[in-house]
Write a protein of this length. Structure first.
Length: 142
């Protein structure tokens, strides 16, 4: 029996390429929503998008705060919308998979030591991401 063309995707695979706060925040919103309704989700951070996962500086400010547009986080909080940290925590708590591109790390001049210790990430590349995706899933680049 062929798959139902009207069925929702079984898995969401997101390529987080942009370093823009709003794009990364929305990728987290998509992933956490998918996870909340029982669908698997993988976020593949590469190039500028990796900057969203940089560890806190010596003053405790998380790396994503340096993303263009990060000041929107306070606006979102004031409007009762989920903040970056809330979205990220939801993805982690709901079992989202985080992949970080080795090529992207190198291109951004970063190493795995630069990443947040509170988010478990798998390291790989495009082939790793493609092998993680599902034929009955959806793939988006943000």
């Amino acid at each position: 029996m062929p798959p139902d063309p009207n069925a929702p995707p079984a898995k969401l695979s997101l390529i987080v390429f942009s370093d823009g706060y709003e794009r990364v925040h929305y990728a987290l919103a998509l992933a956490s929503s998918a996870l909340a309704i029982g669908r698997a989700a993988t976020l593949f951070f590469t190039m500028g998008g990796i900057r969203a996962l940089i560890r806190a500086d010596e003053d405790g400010a998380q790396g994503w705060r340096s993303l263009p547009g990060a000041e929107r986080d306070e606006e979102f909080a004031a409007e009762g919308l989920a903040t970056f940290e809330e979205m990220l925590a939801a993805c982690v708590a709901l079992g989202g998979k985080f992949l970080v591109c080795k090529m992207g790390l190198k291109a951004e001049g970063l190493t795995t030591d630069d990443l947040r210790p509170d988010v478990t990430v798998a390291h790989g590349g495009i082939v790793t991401f493609l092998n993680d995706a599902r034929a009955d899933g959806a793939m988006l680049m943000i």
